[in-house]
Write a new protein. Structure first.
Length: 323
């Protein structure tokens, strides 16, 4: 914008110069031979062109210098940033540049990074999510949330990602800053409410209450419990809760009571045996057919977490009596 103003000023000044000088030179046409008059006009035009070119050159030079200073400052901020940062090509996803913090954090050298793509620092489980994220066009800085990344050593860790689309070396690129969130996420005391139903009933409004065969309930619960170790890998302090849905007897059109219902009886029998007591304290609430697994390794006391989880269940399942 500033450069455009300079162009306008030079154009107006040149136009005024040309108009005034031509009038002034023409005033001497009766006193100066025609040949010398034309020479004077040519010299005037050369001087006008030279002065205009000089000022344009100096201003363009100034703009280029300021741009170099700005680029140097941004590069310095990029290189010296304590958080890992990198620039990748928007089309090929190849790393174009990485800062010292990225080299230190991820364990790859700059040469190694130059032969890698952003897919290489993510576990395969994150690839589908990354593919969906790359399809979305963004303007300005964007907070992309928490992601799992992988170091050269194979260690997984959590990062919070902020991106900004830029042109780098005249190429469409994205600049990324990653903030390590591992300690924060691992210290979170999340709670998962486990729900399950038969696959054949997934479209039914009664999917949670159609299971009447005890064997089916047990088998599906065991399958459901297999996700607990997987979740613990990402959330070591996580706790779990089950609330037994009431079975509906279609023949008599009666609904099972909340207290000590069929699913709860299966939970109590299987969960103690399959989950054990090494990581979790077990709490049963027979009057609502509820079962809680409270992680022993959280920062809060078990009593405080128990109260918080019961409140969460009361807010979520408002039809449960007595909570």
């Amino acid at each position: 914008m500033k450069l455009n103003k300079i162009y306008v000023i030079i154009f107006i000044t040149g136009l005024c110069w040309a108009s005034c000088s031509d009038v002034l030179i023409s005033a001497f046409k009766n006193d100066i031979p025609h040949f010398y008059l034309e020479c004077l006009r040519m010299i005037n035009n050369i001087v006008l062109f030279g002065v205009s070119a000089f000022f344009l050159y100096k201003n363009i030079q100034k703009q280029q210098y300021q741009l170099k200073i700005s680029e140097a400052q941004y590069r310095s901020l990029f290189e010296s940033n304590p958080n890992p940062m990198w620039v990748f090509h928007k089309n090929t996803h190849v790393f174009i540049a990485v800062n010292d913090a990225a080299v230190a954090k991820y364990g790859f050298s700059r040469n190694e990074f130059s032969g890698m793509t952003i897919w290489d620092i993510r576990p395969s489980e994150e690839h589908e999510r990354l593919a969906e994220s790359l399809k979305v066009a963004h303007q300005g800085a964007q907070e992309m949330g928490a992601w799992r990344h992988i170091k050269k050593s194979g260690e997984l860790f959590w990062v919070s990602i902020v991106t900004h689309d830029i042109f780098f070396d005249q190429q469409p690129c994205t600049m990324v800053m990653a903030t390590d969130m591992t300690a924060i996420i691992l210290n979170e005391e999340n709670v998962f409410a486990l729900k399950f139903y038969a696959k054949k009933d997934r479209r039914s409004d009664y999917k949670y209450s159609k299971l009447t065969n005890k064997g089916d309930v047990g088998n599906i619960l065991i399958t459901c419990l297999k996700v607990i170790p997987l979740i613990l890998m990402d959330y070591p302090n996580v706790s779990f809760g089950f609330v037994g849905s009431r079975t509906i007897d279609k023949a008599s059109r009666t609904v099972e009571d909340f207290k000590n219902n069929q699913r709860f009886r299966v939970y109590r029998k299987i969960v103690e045996k399959k989950v054990g007591f090494h990581i979790f304290e077990h709490f049963t609430y027979e009057f609502i057919s509820g079962y809680l697994l409270i992680n022993k390794h959280g920062q809060q006391s078990i009593e405080n977490r128990l109260k918080a989880i019961i409140k969460m269940f009361a807010d979520t399942y408002q039809d449960l009596p007595g909570l």
